[in-house]
Design a protein around this ligand. Structure first.
Ligand code: SAM
Length: 382
């Protein structure tokens, strides 16, 4: 990989130019021909030629601004959660050198992405993730780049401080039960609970907050965890978020009856303590609630019973470099193939713009015409 030569690049930002009111405009100016446009201290693979380009923020054909990028850096996982995996080990798809994800992120940040979330598989399985976060944190967007991570937390205790130091903004930990036995039953890996709890506490200690703890509820498995999670949010001072189970599992066990819905979660939690809804931003996926005494917050992400596709601001890149415009897409768009054939950054940006125009209006979960996604969650990156 080529390294920054110490001289060479400058980025300037301006707002609302180019006849697109409110859109952010980013102009990267390179000089001396061999400079990284971002932080001189990092090793971002840079543009070959002197280059100037101006990009307006990304919108799809339904007018949704695309500002949120998820990158899966591996589809391997060290857990085999019953609602996600078949129980078999291993990856289905390859992964790419970090330099390739970084180039994709750089181009996309230049197009209006302001938030990058690393996911997987289990992203902390990937050696070099801390350095990757450091290099991402050198990217400059119209706003400071928000870098988040979704992890099962198993390896987080030791990595929280290095990740924070590298520039990670915050972390979301997935955890589907707050007692060790139930936790093992779900993850199918013994002894994980204490590791994850230690990871959550380390993340809080080093300032990777607000720490969010995501729990997928599956009927007949862990719906008894609703109130314990309410208590957990209060005791551990984390934001618990319940996620409705979606048909994205390897084993195809989903049916409408397996979904524990927002209404049910609220009703059950209210038996514990009165809950009050808090305002949430339009683009936020979770509806937010607090308890009547002000202690503890939880959220509910309800893509099945209360879809929020109309506010979707996301695209995803899979570990093997494909763009997915929706979790429920039935096809991928091969961004890495464009890179392999030698596309310039402008050509990648053009390709991305075309792909974003194909972003699906909404998902069709539970409808007669529902077609299962072409990949399951672990191989997309949740
Ligand atoms: N390994 C990391 C983790 O555990 O957070 C990142 C990948 S995991 C696929 C991302 C998130 O997707 C987790 O919170 C997981 O619980 C959630 N998830 C997996 N399958 C799901 C499904 N079918 N419906 C809803 N959420 C799901």
């Amino acid at each position: 990989m080529e390294r920054f030569a110490g001289e060479g690049a400058r980025a300037t930002l301006s707002e609302g130019a180019g006849g697109n009111a409110g859109a952010s405009r980013v102009r990267w100016a390179h000089w001396k021909g061999n400079g990284c446009w971002a932080c001189p201290a990092c090793s971002i693979p840079f543009l070959k030629s002197d280059q100037r380009f101006t990009t307006l923020s990304l919108h799809d054909k339904f007018g949704r601004a695309i500002s949120d990028l998820r990158i899966s850096i591996t589809d391997r996982c060290n857990y085999k959660c019953v609602y996600c995996r078949t129980g078999n080990e291993g990856a289905l798809y390859g992964d790419l050198p970090f330099a390739d994800y970084l180039r994709m992120a750089r181009v996309l940040v230049g197009m209006g992405i302001t938030k990058v979330r690393l996911t997987g598989g289990e992203p902390l399985l990937r050696k070099g993730v801390v350095n990757f976060v450091r290099e991402l944190s050198c990217l400059r967007s119209a706003k400071p780049l928000d870098i988040a991570l979704t992890t099962n937390g198993h390896l987080l205790a030791d990595l929280a401080q290095p990740l924070k130091d590298a520039g990670l903004s915050r972390v979301t930990v997935s955890m589907d039960a707050v007692d060790p036995d139930n936790f093992t039953r779900i993850t199918r890996v013994p002894g994980g609970y204490d590791h994850v709890l230690a990871g959550i506490r380390a993340a809080k200690r080093v300032g990777l907050g607000p720490v969010k703890v995501n729990c997928v509820l599956l009927r007949g498995f862990n719906e008894d965890q609703i109130i314990p999670f309410g208590m957990f949010a209060r005791e551990e001072d984390v934001i618990v978020r319940f996620i409705e189970f979606m048909p994205l599992e390897e084993d195809r066990v989903w049916s409408p009856a397996t979904v524990v819905t927002l209404d049910e979660i609220l009703a059950r939690m209210s038996e514990y303590r009165p809950v009050i809804e808090i305002a949430h931003a339009r683009s936020e996926t979770a509806r937010r609630y607090r308890f009547d005494d002000g202690l503890g917050e939880f959220g509910i992400i309800a893509p099945v019973s209360h879809p929020f596709c109309g506010h979707c601001s996301r695209i995803r890149i899979t570990s093997d470099g494909k763009i997915r415009t929706c979790l429920f897409s039935v096809w991928d768009h091969d961004l890495h193939a464009q890179m392999r054939r030698g596309a310039t950054d402008e050509e990648l940006a053009e390709f991305i713009r075309g792909v974003v125009q194909k972003k699906e209006e909404r998902h069709h979960i539970g409808e007669p015409d529902f077609v299962p996604a072409s990949r399951t969650m672990v191989h997309i990156g949740g």
